[in-house]
Design a protein around this ligand. Structure first.
Ligand code: MG
Length: 245
């Protein structure tokens, strides 16, 4: 039988394992989706195009989400309020796809505005940012009111776009912040934030802070900003057990 490693090599500095250690535990097996962008076998699927069973009203918790499901996508029904996942998440990997309305209406923050709120608190802006000037920290892919994306990777209105997010929650120790929230985002496959430290939960016309510690987990929330933005293929992977040990 072929050697599956070594037990006579040097220890890797800072680790309990030797180089190529035959006793080192292996990563668990996860089956990727058949097509790129689909949910892998360990994903929590929040929207697969069929129903809103994983969602609720954000302003009336426990009440049904009132957005429209049609042709495999989810659409904001303006005036019904934000929706959020029933499940709660902390550190996570998120994939979702969105499309601004094909029929262009409004300008700046009034065009195709929605938002993806990690933990219900940290907004990644969703906006029709294609040939639509607005303030930089409110463009599509911005950590709203804090950091513009590295580049504007928007597709034209009506076309599907992807967000892939790695989110690390803030940590407090007895009320003192020890780690800020960190956010990595790929917009249509382009890196637009790289472990960016958020300054606190996002806000409108307001600076942010970590003055008030919040829960360790929260819902994924999607914003009703008065525009019929669409979403599809929404899945999460909680990042709690990715260390093979
Ligand atoms: Mg928004």
């Amino acid at each position: 039988m072929a050697s599956l490693g070594y037990d006579d090599t040097d220890l890797i500095p800072g680790q309990p394992w030797r180089v190529h250690d035959s006793r080192r535990p292996h990563p668990r097996i996860v089956t990727p989706a058949a097509a790129p962008g689909g949910p892998p076998s360990d994903a929590v699927v929040l929207f697969d195009g069929t129903d809103l069973s994983e969602w609720e009203s954000a302003r009336d918790r426990g009440e049904e989400a009132a957005w429209k499901v049609e042709d495999g996508h989810l659409e904001v029904v303006p005036g019904t309020g934000n929706v959020q996942s029933v499940k709660r998440f902390g550190d996570c990997q998120l994939h979702l796809e969105w499309a601004a309305p094909a029929e262009v209406s409004g300008e700046s923050q009034g065009r195709g505005n929605s938002g993806v709120f990690l933990m219900g608190l940290y907004e990644i802006q969703v906006l029709d940012g294609y040939d639509n000037p607005t303030y930089a920290d409110g463009g599509a892919g911005a950590i709203y009111g804090q950091f513009p994306p590295f580049v504007n990777a928007c597709r034209p209105p009506g076309e599907w776009q992807s967000y892939d997010v790695i989110f690390e929650t803030p940590r407090w120790d007895e009320g003192w912040l020890v780690e800020p929230a960190r956010l990595t985002l790929l917009h249509n496959g382009l890196l637009v934030h790289h472990r960016q430290e958020a300054m606190g939960p996002t806000g409108h016309r307001d600076t942010s802070s970590y003055a008030s510690p919040h829960d360790e987990e929260g819902p994924l929330m999607l914003q009703d900003h008065g525009n019929p933005t669409r979403f599809r293929n929404i899945w999460m992977r909680p990042l709690t057990d990715y260390d093979a040990e």
